[in-house]
Design a protein around this ligand. Structure first.
Ligand code: KIV
Length: 262
């Protein structure tokens, strides 16, 4: 998958499937399942590091996880999140940090925000760095929202989001993640823009859908938003396996002769 192919997919009306990935093992499994876009999300702060939000994720950590995923991914497009404070402070810093993520193996970077980040989007795309934008419930602004809440529910907010989306497209963004916004608004944005929209909690009319890997597999149950559909229950499976292992060790049933060397 390439950036131009993302646009072709939208033109042809073929949906795009995106899943987050944080390591080589799952990157391989995701590719084997035919997932064409892997997002090294800063959600790793929550699902891998156990933090309450994404705010403390660093560039060093994003580079590390991007390298792990990019090493394993053969055909999938790897997008890496720009962590909090890696692009907000200065345009030059944003370009340098985005470039480092590309050097680590990403094909594009993702950053959050609308008109306030247009100069960053322009500068990165001008430097040959594809940028995926992110609007709606942008997790790096969780403190301003006072929690993880659906955004752009009122007409004024919805209009502002549409203007942001159009401005991001004009600034050169190659795709747009829409998170936790009403379905009708996501549909309007999708129909208005040429670039593909990737929804998460934004209804079925986006050009693609993204989910956090551990949510999708039913591994992470600290906080399950309404938009998450667990397609497996791996936490329950893992618990069952681990309890059985502990019991068999305690009862002297493991290892048997079959698992021993002679
Ligand atoms: O960090 C992340 O995983 C994301 C997705 C939820 C879109 O930004």
């Amino acid at each position: 998958m390439t950036i131009p192919e993302l646009l072709t997919r939208k033109r042809e009306g073929r949906k795009i499937t995106v899943v987050t990935a944080y390591d080589a093992l799952f990157a391989r499994i995701l590719e084997e399942a035919g997932i064409e876009v892997l997002l090294v999300g800063d959600s790793l702060g929550m699902v891998v590091q156990g933090k309450p939000d994404t705010l403390s994720v660093t560039m060093g950590q994003m580079l590390y996880h991007t390298r792990l995923v990019a090493r394993a991914a053969r055909q999938a497009l790897v997008i890496a999140d720009m962590p909090f404070l890696s692009y907000q402070v200065r345009v030059e810093e944003a370009v340098r940090n985005a470039g480092r993520l590309l050097q680590a193996g990403a094909a594009a970077v993702k950053l959050e925000g609308g008109r306030t980040v247009l100069d960053r989007v322009r500068a990165c795309t001008g430097a040959g760095i594809p940028v995926v934008a992110h609007l709606g419930m942008t997790p790096q602004s969780v403190r301003s929202y006072g929690g993880y809440r659906v955004q752009a529910k009122g007409p004024a907010e919805a209009e502002a989001l549409l203007v942001d989306a159009q401005a991001l497209e004009s600034a050169g963004a190659c795709a747009l993640v829409l998170e936790a916004i009403p379905t009708a608004l996501a549909r309007r944005v999708t129909e208005t823009l040429t670039l593909p929209t990737i929804g998460i909690g934004a209804g079925p009319f986006c050009d693609g859908q993204v989910l956090v890997l551990y949510d999708l597999l039913g591994l992470f149950d600290d906080f399950v938003p309404k938009f998450v559909k667990p397609y497996a229950h791996l936490k329950a499976d893992a618990l069952q396996a681990l309890r059985r292992f502990r019991e068999e060790v305690e009862q002297g049933k493991f290892p048997t002769d079959g698992e021993s060397y002679h």
